[in-house]
Design a protein around this ligand. Structure first.
Ligand code: PLP
Length: 385
């Protein structure tokens, strides 16, 4: 039987249009954009064109973009780059408890450098409160960073409002938007943010390429030194093929955004309604607040996520316990822990993330399967650890 992939928040396959756009830059056009010869100039033109197209989607200037190798790197560049760049003004950074590890671990490293970090709590839906955010800002705060949408539970943060609050205190505001392209608006001017990170493999582009928007005039120290590429903010020969693929995938994700949100959101709602109707003891995380249309995070009382996921896998369904990098550890995820769910539900949290090719038949199959699997798992006595 055909497998059902419901883990698009972990990664997505490269779409055909992006793959085709990239192809020449592995072969006949695989030159270095820094070379002066005609071949190099052609590679430079492709790079410039891709940068312009990404700038159109993000609503910014081309020179405000820094291409990097991953969403992790883009977030690290925003954090270390801006915080270190403003070190003489203070050493306090504000973020939330539910950030991706690409941000949380970076703030831990900043702490080692002498920065003080405030980790904001979220409410039971996974949303950062504007008042708590405002109260956390101090005269020595050099950066605030809050994710646009959470990768595990899909909740959307009021980033435009938070950016305004930060700016009223003269504090730059950075956003991890890695889960957002193709699902929510990305216009950086409307959001009013100073830095925003996205990563191509989350929107049907290739792995190993990402982009950080950095508002003109924002002081940012590089993490990587060398030949001075990316306006000196990220040295290293540019991944032309990857950047071209990112641009193609981003344009398409944006063009299809409304249709995607409608179609996939309806499928998500259908799965959610089916589970609520047929499975006792289930909590839908982030229900009732703005969520990514493709995300369904559910906690099953009295269950462990791992055996449930293994059973689903055996039935041909790929889902996840939370973020991919947290999987494999038996610790309940830091995001689920931050929601304050009762202990009996925490460990049984599963994320279904839908994608472009997800069909109603697939959703109905999962909706039919899950009540049986959950009932079966609940009959198995848990062994005390
Ligand atoms: N931030 C969020 C919200 C993510 O979901 C991810 C990927 O899982 C990242 C950052 C890291 O991106 P990448 O996998 O490109 O390093």
């Amino acid at each position: 039987m055909k497998r059902i992939y419901l883990d698009h928040a972990a990664t997505t396959p490269v779409r055909a249009e992006a793959f085709e756009a990239m192809r020449p830059y592995f072969g006949e056009n695989a030159y270095n954009p820094s070379s002066l010869h005609a071949e190099g100039r052609a590679a430079r033109a492709a790079l410039d064109d891709a940068r312009d197209r990404v700038a159109v989607v993000l609503g910014c200037k081309a020179k405000e973009l820094v291409f990097c190798a991953s969403g992790t790197e883009a977030n690290n560049l925003a954090l270390f780059g801006i915080a270190r760049g403003r070190r003489e003004l203070g050493a306090h950074v504000v973020t939330s408890r539910i950030e991706h590890r690409a941000v949380l671990r970076a703030t831990e490293a900043l702490r080692e450098e002498g920065f003080e970090i405030t980790l904001l709590d979220v409410d039971s839906h996974g949303v950062v409160g504007a008042e708590a955010f405002a109260a956390a800002l101090r005269d020595d705060t050099v950066l605030a960073t809050i994710m646009y949408a959470n990768n595990e539970i899909g909740t959307v943060q009021p980033v435009a409002q938070l950016a305004e609050i930060a700016h009223a205190r003269g504090i730059p505001f950075a956003v991890d938007a890695v889960q957002v392209p193709g699902q929510l608006p990305l216009g950086v001017r409307a959001l009013g943010v100073d830095a925003l990170a996205i990563s191509a493999h989350k929107f049907y582009g290739p792995k190993g390429v990402a982009v950080l928007y950095v508002r003109e005039g924002t002081q940012i120290e590089p993490l990587v030194f060398g030949g001075g590429q990316e306006y000196g903010r990220r040295s290293g020969t540019e991944n032309v093929a990857g950047i071209v693929g990112l641009a193609a995938a981003l344009e398409l994700a944006e063009a299809e955004r409304h249709a995607f949100a409608q179609r996939v959101g309806a499928l998500r709602d259908r799965l959610e309604a089916a589970l609520l109707a047929s499975v006792p003891g289930v909590v839908v995380n982030g229900r009732g607040v703005a969520r990514l249309p493709n995300n369904l995070s559910v906690s099953f009382a009295g269950l462990e996520a791992e055996p449930l996921l293994i059973r689903l896998d055996l039935e041909g369904v790929a889902a996840s316990a939370g973020s991919a990098c947290a999987a494999g550890s038996l610790e309940p995820s830091h995001v689920v822990a931050a929601l304050g769910l009762p202990e009996e539900s925490r460990r049984g949290t599963v994320r279904f993330s839908l994608g472009r090719t997800t069909s109603a038949e697939e959703i109905d199959r999962v909706a039919t399967l899950l009540p049986h699997i959950v009932a079966e798992q609940r009959r198995i006595p848990t062994v005390p650890v």
